[in-house]
Design a protein around this ligand. Structure first.
Ligand SMILES: [Zn+2]
Length: 411
């Protein structure tokens, strides 16, 4: 079995990590910022050194292409993203892009030509930290998100994606939604499962379903000192009861489910006033669409009952629903065969996080390869992975892609 150059891959990761390096060992390369531009340019230089041509589409997705023997064949695409969270790590996304480049470097060294062209992609604004939504470039590529709308999205300083793209110059005319033979994405797991089990490779079978709710609970604003307790309509203690009720019941009922309340806002709050309004968000996840729908119904029922008992007005809006995304069985089996032939420990795993692959899976046969990260920690400067795991994940990626090529030649 062909293996990648572990040292070269690791050195590339560490070299990229110098751009936007933070004091605590992490990275800041916000999408389409000056640092992102420098990171992209380093990647472009490496790709050109590997004999690849560079292309952009209208949202700045960056494609480095190695031609195949059949110019009409659809490309097999490998990649992820180079942008990071404000205080992000050295591996989230970057690993998938540089693993793709390492695959190309090995094929070059081994003089392996392929039927299909191979492309390594860095998708624009995966993190969603500077511009929301997350996974924006891949959504525009698949036309799930309208290009013109996306170009008008602005960051907190009012700078639009259109302006940012123009200033870094990474914009081109590569067609959106063009046909791919397949898409492979290697990524750190961003959770603790592989590390806890002592497993090296996660063969990813798909992404879980996600439901985002916006909740508004209204009561009556009143004076903290003059309003008797019994005559208050206080949304704050109502929300307290709602949160504790969800925390104690929901995941007992739905063992594979997850619930997160990540934002809580009290507009115009003051320490000596009963608030009129409390807003909070709910993020629900489940690998199964039906069970996610039952979780949402359960949340709505619990909140409605608590609001009614306290005389509060409740509004629940569904902000976003993303169905579960099963990956392509053919692509999954190339990863499984590769890892078995390499003899590395592996298990099937569901992706807990969102990834560009979740968007691309609606467009073409897609799968992912996971490797462990220390403590399951990600979106954090201390994010870390072992060189051995980094190399083995890339070995699996390389051999899975080669199996995909072989498969298609036979077909
Ligand atoms: Zn990522």
């Amino acid at each position: 079995m062909l293996k990648v150059n572990s040292e070269r891959l690791w050195n590339s990761l560490m070299e990229m990590a110098k751009i936007g390096a933070t004091a605590a060992g992490g990275n800041t390369r916000l999408a389409l910022s000056e640092e992102d531009k420098l990171g992209r340019e380093l990647f472009i230089q490496w790709c050109m050194d590997a004999g690849m041509s560079i292309h952009f589409d209208a949202i700045g997705n960056l494609f480095a292409r190695r031609e195949g023997e059949n110019p009409d064949a659809n490309p097999i695409v490998i990649g992820s993203h180079l942008d990071t969270q404000p205080k992000g790590g050295r591996f989230d996304g970057i690993y998938g892009v540089l693993a793709g480049l390492e695959v190309i470097r090995i094929l070059n060294e081994e003089n392996i030509t392929t039927e299909q062209p191979l492309e390594v992609v860095s998708w624009t604004n995966e993190e969603g930290a500077r511009f929301t939504p997350a996974m924006l470039g891949s959504a525009v590529f698949t036309k799930d998100l309208d290009l013109e709308k996306a170009l008008e999205i602005s960051d907190r300083d009012g700078i639009s994606i259109r302006q940012s793209l123009a200033s870094i110059g990474h914009v081109g005319s590569r067609a959106l939604a063009r046909t791919f033979n397949a898409y492979y994405e290697a990524h750190i797991e961003q959770g603790p499962i592989l590390e806890d089990q002592g497993i090296t490779i996660g063969v990813v079978t798909g992404g879980q379903a996600i439901c985002w709710l916006d909740i508004a609970v209204s009561g009556v604003a009143a004076h903290a000192g003059t309003t008797p307790m019994k005559s208050r309509v206080d949304p704050m203690f109502g929300v307290g009861e709602m949160l504790s009720s969800l925390d104690s019941t929901l995941c007992k009922k739905f063992s594979d489910g997850m619930i997160t309340v990540g934002q809580l806002d009290i507009p115009g709050s003051s320490r000596n006033t009963i608030p009129a309004l409390v807003n909070f968000t709910v993020d629900l996840r489940n690998p199964d669409d039906q069970l996610l729908a039952e979780m949402e119904a359960d949340v709505r029922r619990q909140l409605t009952d608590i609001a009614a008992a306290r005389g509060l007005t409740l509004r629940i809006d569904r902000h976003w629903l993303s169905p579960a995304t099963p990956f392509d069985t053919g692509c999954i089996s190339t990863v499984r065969t590769a890892v078995q032939e390499l003899g590395y420990s592996w298990q099937h795993i569901i992706s807990g996080a969102g990834h560009d692959a979740i968007n691309i899976a609606k467009h073409c046969p897609t799968t992912m390869v996971f490797i462990p990260c220390a403590g399951g920690i990600s979106h954090n400067e201390s994010e870390s992975a072992l060189p051995e795991h980094v190399a083995k994940g890339c070995d699996v990626l390389l051999n899975a892609v080669l199996l995909r090529i072989a498969q298609r030649n036979v077909a």
